[in-house]
Design a binder for this molecule. Structure first.
Ligand code: ADP
Length: 447
């Protein structure tokens, strides 16, 4: 087992990883920018190293500084959290070259899944169902038209290097296609420095359902069930549930087993999430994330297994603590992402939190790095906390969520809490009856 882990992240996830390390008796080092000297994870860590000024490029994304911090403190492993360097293959390779363990998969697996065209090809080869579309990158209008005619309109053009919902354009008819292709390419080029795009069938009313997987790096793979992340805004998740209200136990184990086998065949190591769109009883692979996800706590709530402990165990060569048959799904969990944003316009609302009170009681978990008097720096993501609620079934979970949202107090800034208070009382949400467009439509109505 590791002696000392360096946490290369900030906010709630840095604290989340720090807690797991403490429970495993591992020493912790955190790195931080000058804007985060007052952060909770810095206060609670055994050691901290300031690695640069506020902009992420000069601190949380500064590989040289992070490697230097490992050398100075004698850390033998790095947990990257999510975002920042968590899916950076070069970072994983550089750490390996310094004999420091990257808590995550190999650089090669990150590389394959980071290129969405290559990821889709790999998924298909491993027996995972994919969205019908082009076999590879498309650059010519003629070729785009041929593929689109074959799969049928509407189609979506997506950036191979894409992420965070950027670089996607929908074409409803052939007349839209040329413009969609050109704008997707130029947006992708500007955002990712890579203008490769591909085409797939645009599914009209799918749900977003993703499967949590783990590989032990030695040919064993397991799944921890699915999460439903259909409630999205601008392709960004807002509310997540486990299990999905749309799946039955048979569908759950069918897609779970396909994913676990794929992970085993790939020889994958650590945590991963295989994302699907789900429509009319069919699953369609869209991408795989090779890291811990923001929404992992809903899976922890229904399985009772700490996924960060598992990540650390696997990375240290100790293997998974569970076999597939040990993983049981118990009850229902929902996560609300609480952002420092206006609940209607979603414009960021940084500033000082004058009062912060979290709900408690059975089945309530709040993962957050903020506190009363904390000043939210304007440089980073606006997520300030996650409320995760567990109940024996979905009805109990929703009632408990409503109660917890009522207790939650964040003063001094705007947050998305009022949105969740509205959603929890909505009949469609109560019935679990929503797809990936539901939230946008609801917001557009401005009810
Ligand atoms: P990113 O990596 O940018 O998050 P994804 O491929 O994961 O991109 O897609 C993000 C979201 O975009 C999905 O959850 C879904 O809402 C929408 N989307 C992606 N592909 C399709 C598709 N083929 N049809 C309909 N919606 C899609």
């Amino acid at each position: 087992m590791f002696q000392k882990i360096l946490i290369a992240n900030r906010g709630e996830i840095a604290l989340r990883v720090l807690r797991a390390c403490k429970e495993l008796g591992i020493q912790t080092v955190v790195v931080h920018s000058t804007a985060d000297s007052d952060a909770m994870h810095v206060r609670l860590a055994d050691e901290s190293v300031c690695i640069g000024p506020p902009p992420s490029r000069e601190s949380y994304l500064n590989i040289h500084q992070i490697v230097a911090a490992c050398e100075i403190t004698g850390a033998d492993a790095v947990h990257p959290g999510y975002g920042f360097l968590s899916e950076n293959a070069k970072f994983a390779d550089i750490l390996a070259a310094h004999n420091i363990t990257f808590i995550g998969p190999s650089g090669d697996h990150i590389r394959i899944m980071g290129d969405k065209i290559e990821a889709k090809r790999t998924a298909k080869r491993l027996g995972i169902p994919v969205v019908p579309g082009s076999d590879g990158a498309i650059s010519e209008d003629k070729e785009a038209k041929r593929v689109a005619a074959e799969i049928g309109y509407p189609v979506i053009i997506k950036a191979s290097a894409g992420g965070g919902g950027r670089g996607m354009k929908v074409a409803h008819t052939e007349a839209d296609l040329e413009v969609a292709l050109q704008t997707a390419k130029s947006e992708a080029g500007a955002a990712f420095g890579d203008d490769a795009v591909y085409i797939e069938k645009y599914l009209q009313k799918p749900r977003h359902i993703e499967v949590q997987v783990f590989g032990d790096g030695a040919g064993r793979g397991v799944h921890f069930g699915e999460r439903d992340c259909s409630l999205q805004r601008r392709h960004q998740k807002v509310w997540e549930e486990a299990n999905s209200p749309a799946l039955n136990a048979e569908e759950r184990s069918r897609i779970g087993d396909i994913c676990a086998k794929a992970i085993a065949d790939l020889g994958y190591s650590g945590a991963g999430t295989i994302e699907f769109l789900y429509e009319n009883g069919e699953f369609y692979f869209i991408e795989m994330n090779t890291r811990l996800q923001v929404e992992h706590p809903v899976t922890e709530a229904i399985t009772g297994i700490d996924l960060v402990h598992e990540q650390i165990r696997v990375a240290s060569g100790g293997g998974l603590s569970v076999r597939q048959e040990d993983i049981k799904f118990n009850g229902h969990a929902i996560e609300c992402r609480i952002n420092a944003e206006d609940p209607r316009t979603f414009t960021p609302s940084p500033g000082t939190i004058t009062h912060f009170h979290t709900p408690g009681g059975l089945g309530i978990r709040v993962d957050s790095g903020v506190y009363s008097g904390y000043k939210i720096p304007p440089y980073y993501d606006s997520l300030i906390g996650k409320l995760i609620v567990h109940g024996r079934n979905r009805v109990e979970c929703m009632m408990r969520l409503r109660r917890a949202l009522d207790e939650f107090v964040v003063d001094g800034i705007k947050t998305t809490l009022p949105l969740f208070r509205d959603l929890v009382g909505n009949p469609d949400i109560a019935n679990g009856d929503y797809d990936i467009h539901w939230l946008e439509k609801y917001l557009a109505k401005g009810e």
